[in-house]
Design a protein around this ligand. Structure first.
Ligand code: 4AD
Ligand code: MG
Length: 453
C-alpha cells in the first residue's frame, strides 16, 4: 500500500524522494517540462507532478494520457503556482497502466445521466469521488451516533418470510434449477420468502431483550416508482428502543439528523465546499440552519388543515384520511416551516398493522420527518404493545397469527412500550450533499429496469 495523496498533501514541510501513485487527471506540456495532475481518490485535491523534459523517463509522456495510472518518485516542494501548497518534482516516472483516447472521462464536463451509464468509472470523477467519500464517512458517523449512546448493532435478516410494511412491494426469493426458477412447491425455505423491506420486526425482538438497538443494512422495495428519491435497493438505519414512546422517538430522530449534519459540516469540509460551489449554493446555509433550532412538530390533522388553508393548488387533492403526497410534504417543509418538520399521528387506515393506536381510535402514533428539497427522510412509530389491540389490527390487515406468532409473543411475555424509526440513508445523503437524484448517491443504483453490474 502506498502513502495516500491526502497524507502527502497534508505535509508540513518539504520532503525528498517520496513515492506516490494515482491516475492522471490532466496533462499539460511545454517545451521544458510536463505537468501531470494526479489523483488517487483519497481526497478531492490532486497533486501536480512536474516532469522535466530532460528526465530519462520523460520519454514515457507521449503514452501517458488522461486516465492512465502512474507511479512517481520525487521531491515534494513548495509550489510556485497559485492555489496549491505543494508539487512533486519527479525524478522517476513509471507508467503502470495505459489508458487510450477512448477513456470516457476526458476533461470536458459530463452529465450525471451519462455518468450513470458508466457506474464503474464514475467514482473517478470529482462529483462522484466526493459523494462516495461522504457516503463512507456518514456511514461511520451513523454507527458512532448509536454506539456513543449505548445502542447495540443487530444484524437483521435479508431473507425473510415477513412483509413488515404490508404494502406487498416484495421481491420474492427463488432458487434456480438448471437455470430456470424452481417451482413454488420446491421452495428452498419450504415457504415463500422475500428480500426484506425493513429490519424493524426482527429489530423489535432484540429491543425487547437488549434495550436500545439499531440495524443498518440494505432493504428492498419492488415499488414501481420512477422518481428521483426511490430506489429498489437502498440502505436503511433503523433504531428500536424499549421503554420509549413516540415523543422520545421523534427526539432521537431529530438528534440523529443533527448529528449527521454536524458530521458533514465538520468532517467533510472539502467535499462540502465542492457541493456548495457546483451543486447547490444554499447547501452550507441550509445545513447550518438545520442545527440552529428545534425541528417543528405538526400533527397530521394540523398539516391537512394548513394545506387546505394554504390557497395552493396541488395536483393531488388534500383529504383527511389519505397519505400526504410529496408535493404536500415539500410545501410544508419548504414554504410553511422552511426547515425540517416532523408530522405525527397519522390516520390508522393508511398505516401498517404494527403502529400503536391512539385513544381517538382514528389515528396511530406514527411520525415522518420531512426536510426541504426531499420530503420524507425518516418514517417511524411507537409500536402496538397491547396484545388484544395488536391481534385486532392483524386480523384487520389479514395477517395470520400463526405466521407472526413470534411477533405476538413479544406482547405475551413481558410486553413494554417501544418505538423506533427508519432513516433512508440515501435520502440523508441527498440532504447533506444537495445531490438531487438518489441514483447519484448509491454506488450501483437499482431502479425499475436498471440492474447493470
Ligand atoms: O417509511 P418507511 O417505509 O418505514 C419503514 O420501513 C419502517 N419499518 C421503519 C421503522 O420504523 N423501523 O421507510 C423508512 C425510510 C423512509 O422515510 C425513506 O427515507 C426510506 O426509508 N425509503 C426509501 N428510500 C429510498 N427508496 C425507497 N424506495 C424508499 N422507501 C423508503
Ligand atoms: Mg414512510
Amino acid at each position: 500500500m502506498s502513502e495516500t495523496l491526502r497524507h502527502v498533501l497534508a505535509s508540513e514541510s518539504p520532503r525528498s524522494a517520496i513515492t506516490v501513485r494515482g491516475w492522471v487527471r490532466t496533462k499539460r506540456e511545454s517545451k521544458s517540462c510536463a505537468f501531470l495532475e494526479i489523483t488517487d481518490g483519497s481526497c478531492f485535491r490532486g497533486l501536480q507532478v512536474v516532469v522535466d523534459a530532460a528526465l530519462s523517463s520523460a520519454s514515457l509522456l507521449p503514452s501517458i494520457l488522461t486516465g492512465a495510472s502512474v507511479e512517481v518518485v520525487g521531491d515534494l516542494i513548495a509550489s510556485p503556482a497559485a492555489g496549491q501548497k505543494w508539487e512533486l518534482q519527479a525524478s522517476e516516472l513509471r507508467l503502470l497502466g495505459e489508458a487510450d483516447a477512448s477513456y470516457p472521462l476526458q476533461k470536458k464536463g459530463h452529465t450525471p445521466e451519462f455518468l450513470r451509464t458508466i457506474a464503474h468509472l464514475r467514482p473517478r470523477t470529482n462529483l462522484f469521488s466526493n459523494v462516495f467519500r461522504v457516503r463512507s464517512r456518514m456511514a461511520y458517523a451513523v454507527h458512532r451516533f448509536f454506539q456513543e449512546r449505548g445502542f447495540f448493532y443487530v444484524h437483521t435478516p435479508i431473507i425473510t418470510s415477513s412483509d413488515c410494511e404490508g404494502a406487498g412491494e416484495l421481491f420474492r426469493v427463488t432458487t434456480l434449477k438448471q437455470g430456470t426458477p424452481a417451482k413454488p412447491e420446491d421452495d428452498f425455505f419450504g415457504r415463500p420468502t422475500y428480500l426484506t423491506v425493513s429490519g424493524q420486526l426482527q429489530g423489535e425482538t432484540f429491543a425487547c431483550a437488549l434495550g436500545n438497538i439499531y440495524t443498518f443494512g440494505p432493504t428492498f422495495r419492488a415499488e414501481n416508482s420512477n422518481t428521483a428519491r426511490h430506489a429498489a435497493e437502498f440502505w436503511m438505519i433503523e433504531p428500536e428502543m424499549a421503554f420509549c414512546d413516540l415523543f422520545a422517538d421523534m427526539t432521537l430522530a431529530e438528534e440523529n439528523v443533527k448529528y449527521l449534519v454536524d458530521a458533514m459540516l465538520s468532517e467533510c469540509s472539502e467535499e462540502l465546499e465542492f457541493f456548495g460551489k457546483f451543486i447547490d449554493k444554499e447547501l452550507v446555509n441550509r445545513l447550518q440552519q438545520t442545527l440552529q433550532k428545534p425541528f417543528e412538530r405538526i400533527s397530521y390533522t394540523e398539516a391537512v388543515d394548513l394545506l387546505l388553508k394554504s390557497g395552493q393548488t396541488f395536483e393531488h387533492p388534500v383529504v383527511w384520511g389519505e397519505g400526504l403526497q410529496t408535493e404536500h410534504e415539500r410545501f410544508i417543509a419548504e414554504q410553511h416551516v422552511r426547515g425540517p418538520v416532523t408530522i405525527y399521528n397519522y390516520p390508522k387506515a393508511i398505516k401498517p398493522f404494527y403502529m400503536r393506536q391512539n385513544d381517538d381510535g382514528k389515528t396511530v402514533a406514527a411520525m415522518d420527518l420531512l426536510v426541504p428539497g426531499i420530503g420524507e427522510i425518516i418514517g417511524g412509530s411507537q409500536r402496538e404493545e397491547r396484545l388484544d389491540v395488536l391481534r385486532a389490527a392483524m386480523q384487520h390487515h389479514g395477517l395470520s397469527e400463526e405466521d407472526y406468532s413470534w411477533y405476538v409473543d413479544l406482547r405475551r411475555y413481558g410486553s413494554v412500550p417501544h418505538a423506533g424509526y427508519g432513516m433512508g440513508f440515501e435520502r440523508l445523503l441527498m440532504f447533506v450533499t444537495g445531490v438531487s437524484n438518489i441514483r447519484d448517491v448509491i454506488p450501483f443504483a437499482r431502479t425499475p429496469g436498471h440492474a447493470a453490474y
